[in-house]
Design a protein around this ligand. Structure first.
Ligand code: ADP
Length: 329
C-alpha cells in the first residue's frame, strides 16, 4: 500500500510537444495505482490562483498525439516571490495534495526546488523542453519533434536556396544551448552552424563561406542558434551581403513553429516512460529530483545537480559539420 492519496500535475514554462503524453502517463499511472490526481492549470499560476482540474483516465483520452498542453502553460512571476509561493502552498494544502509532478524546463525546476524545500513538499520534475538543455538526461521531451520540424523546414528552404543560388541564415531556438542547431544542422546538411557554446568570429564565418564558394557551391545554409555569440542574425547577413553581394544572403527565423505539432514516436515514448517514472518516484518517497533517461535507463537526478551543471554539446558532431560540408581540410 502506498502512502500517496492525491497528487497534482502541471506543465510550466515553454511548451513542448509531448507534454500531453507526459500528463497522460502521470494520470494513467495514478489511476493504475489508485492515487487521485488533479491537473493544475497554467503551471505555477494555477497553484497561486487555485485553478485545479480533477483528472481521471478518460480526461486524458486522445491527447497523446497532440502538441501543446491540455493543462496550459504560463510564466508566473508571483511564484518567484515568497508571498506567491505561500499562497501556492495554501492552495496545495486545501487540495490535500501529497506531492507534485512538474513538467517543464530549468526555470520550472528552479521554482520546484525552492518551493519543495521551503515547504517540505515532494516534487518530481519531468524534463519537457525543446531545447534539450537539461543536465542529467540524454534527451528532453519535445526535442526530437522540434528537430524534425526544423529539418523539414530547412529542407524546404534548401530547395529555394538552390534554385536561386542564395545563402540562407536560418535561425532556430536555443538561447543558451545549441543542440537544435547542431543536430538539425547535421541532419539537414547545413554548411555552417553558429552555436552559443562555440566562439565563431565573423572572420571565421567569412573565411569559411569564401572557401565554400571558391569551389563548387553557389548556395549554402547557415543554421544559427538564437543565442550564438556573434550577435544579431540580420546584422550578420547584412554584413555578408555588403562584402559579398553575389551570395544574396537571406534570413529566415523559424520561431514558434518549432514548439508546435504532434510529437514524434521518440517523444511519445520518452514522455510515457518519464511520466510513469515520476509517479513511481513519488511512491518511493523521492523528492526534489528530475526523472531522466540515460542510455535507455531511467535515472533520478537531484534538481540541484540538473540545474547546476551544463550539458555539453557533442564535439564529434560539431566537427562533422565541417567535414561534411564538401570542402578540403
Ligand atoms: P522553463 O521551465 O521552460 O525554463 P521559465 O524559465 O519561464 O520556463 O520558468 C517557468 C516558471 O518557473 C516561471 O514562470 C516561474 O513561475 C518559475 N520559476 C522560474 N525561476 C524561478 C525562481 N528562481 N524562483 C521561483 N520560481 C521560478
Amino acid at each position: 500500500m502506498n502512502k500517496l492519496s492525491k497528487i497534482g500535475v502541471l506543465t510550466s514554462g515553454g511548451d513542448a510537444p509531448g507534454m500531453n503524453a507526459a500528463v497522460r502517463a502521470v494520470v494513467r499511472k495514478c489511476v493504475y495505482e489508485n492515487i487521485k490526481v488533479t491537473g493544475i492549470i497554467k503551471g505555477y499560476q494555477g497553484l497561486v490562483n487555485g485553478d485545479f482540474l480533477p483528472l481521471n483516465a478518460g480526461s486524458v483520452s486522445g491527447i497523446l498525439k497532440d502538441g501543446g498542453t491540455m493543462l496550459k502553460s504560463a510564466r508566473c512571476p508571483e511564484f518567484r516571490t515568497p508571498e506567491g509561493r505561500a499562497t501556492a502552498y495554501e492552495n496545495f494544502k486545501k487540495q490535500k495534495l501529497d506531492g507534485l509532478v512538474v513538467i517543464g524546463g530549468d526555470g520550472t525546476f528552479t521554482g520546484a526546488n525552492i518551493f519543495g524545500r521551503e515547504y517540505n513538499i515532494p516534487i518530481i520534475g519531468v524534463p519537457g523542453t525543446i531545447d534539450n538543455d537539461l543536465f542529467g538526461t540524454d534527451l528532453t521531451i519535445g526535442y526530437d519533434t522540434a528537430l524534425n520540424t526544423v529539418v523539414d523546414a530547412v529542407d524546404k528552404i534548401r530547395d529555394t536556396a538552390t534554385a536561386h543560388s542564395r545563402l540562407f541564415f536560418i535561425e532556430v531556438m536555443g538561447r543558451d544551448a545549441g543542440f537544435i542547431a547542431l543536430n538539425a544542422g547535421v541532419a539537414s546538411g547545413a554548411e555552417v552552424v553558429l552555436l552559443p557554446e562555440k566562439k565563431t568570429s565573423y572572420d571565421d564565418l567569412k573565411r569559411f563561406l569564401e572557401k565554400q564558394y571558391s569551389y563548387s557551391k553557389d548556395s549554402s545554409i547557415v543554421l544559427v542558434a538564437e543565442g550564438k555569440k556573434m550577435g544579431n542574425t540580420f546584422e550578420i547577413a547584412q554584413r555578408v551581403n555588403e562584402e559579398h553581394p553575389e551570395y544574396d544572403a537571406r534570413v529566415t527565423i523559424l520561431g514558434h513553429l518549432q514548439r508546435g505539432g504532434s510529437p514524434t514516436v521518440a517523444d511519445r515514448v520518452l514522455a510515457s516512460e518519464l511520466g510513469v517514472a515520476a509517479v513511481e518516484a513519488l511512491i518511493d518517497d523521492q523528492k526534489s529530483i528530475m526523472v531522466g533517461m540515460v542510455d535507455g535507463e531511467i535515472v533520478h537526478v537531484p534538481f540541484n545537480q540538473a540545474l547546476k551543471n551544463k550539458k555539453g554539446i557533442n564535439e564529434r558532431l560539431f566537427n562533422l559539420i565541417n567535414v561534411l560540408s564538401g570542402g578540403k581540410k
